[in-house]
Design a protein around this ligand. Sequence first.
Ligand code: 6LW
Length: 524
Amino acid sequence: MVRQFMLCFVLLVGLVCLAQNSQGYQNPVIPGFHPDPSICRVGDDYYLVTSSFQYFPGVPLFHSRDLVHWEQIGHCLTRQSQLPLHDANSTEGIYAPTIRYHEGTFYMTTTNVSDKGNFIVYATNPYGEWSEPVWLEQGGIDPSLYFEDGKCYLVSNPSDGIYLCEINPKTGEQLTESRCIWNGTGGRYPEGPHIYKKDGWYYLLISEGGTEYGHKVTIARSRSIYGPYAGNPANPILTHINQNAQSNPIQGVGHADLVEAADGSWWVVCLAFRNYNFHHNLGREVFLAPVCWDKNAWPVINGNGTIDIEMNVPTLPQQPQAETTVRTAFESGRLGNEWVYLRNPRMENYSFHNGKLRLQATTVDLDQKSDESPTFVCRRQEHYDFTATTSLRLEDAHEGDLAGLSVYMQETSHYDMYVRQLADGKQAVVLRYRLHSIDHVEAEAVLPKNAEVQLHVRGDRDYYTFSYSTDGEMFTELGKVDCRYISSETVGGFTGVMLGMYAVSAFNSSCAYADFSYFDYEEN
Ligand code: 6LW
């Protein structure tokens, strides 16, 4: 009887496990420009943040229940007082953030390299508004917090190593001297530090080699938080610089953060890019891998320290989310969390009228790196194969005023298709490249009078192909431009391609504006 009962019990547990376990997922788990992921767990909920550079609002915040499917629930930095971006470009503004949860409060710490450096914001409700910045004294980039026994420790990289001090996280006051605790294994740019405690060891995880093709993740441990830290003989624990990943499309793997799931399994999130013909346009994206971390042993990432697009591993019970919609319609009078602006936007230039998004043109154009923000609202290119379409009408315009669709990497590198007002009252559709010193109009076609114009771009791994229509059905190709000229390898910077709507006026007193009816984005 007891044996039968035991057998039934074991069978039942087995069935429950089978029902709960899931297998396999695809990397990246968050596609498109989302670098420097940091993660924390609260019960069965996971929260993840990424860096945001010159974009506003800053530090996208994601939520997941299974580590595989993520939903953006907002941003940590939503007010100009938290995020002064001045004339930030693609290597400035907000660098790598860390998110941690301690005694009912979420802490997010990051660096604003365009302002006063390292700071913390905190919130009890991550869906709500976060605090004003609490500025920190210890310099360097990539600040991270570790809480233990009523103390809060800060690590960052003020010079050529990882430095630790104790702080008051609510005031920013530094309570102990900054001490160098590890220089890494000798790779350039020791950065991205995080401290974890397991089995009585303090583990210090960092990245080395720089965020490009030589990136790697290394780890050291000590019985005391202040060290001495001894490196793992098997370092690096995650990298694609070696032979076993030389033909992997994922490259530049680094900047990682570890998390213990509610079931006791360990996972790592890290950044990497997907590379085609030695170029990538989507920026650095978020990848996930399982970690085997036995008692007193070093963590081992995905068996051999590499990651794949197709991850055939057991996962937490997966909870797929609703498909994202192709169309951004403007009837609701608000934009979703995926939409961002350059630097500190002038919100009076964005409004909703009769279900359309109205962009007021200003003389600040997309080529400028200035304290001003152009009228430009954009979202990430998340897939190599995609289409984006918008429909607009340019109104009250004088010669030279324009509005359109930009494939924007940075101020010196973008492809624009726009409607331009001509001298004779007519309008033309124009395809233009801005590639550093090259400012080139590739094609131009005069439009029928008073037309609403649909602008369409199709991307693949090689080209962006631009076409337009005035009836929404018959599209005419204007030109086809090479993706590589705006890739990270060509133009540098820390960001990825954004797709957006914008309006520019030729002179200050212009009242020109454009009404956009929708914006569609779709993976092909
Ligand atoms: C970030 C640093 C890095 O602060 O790149 O890949 C810098 N890692 O840790 C900018 O994203």
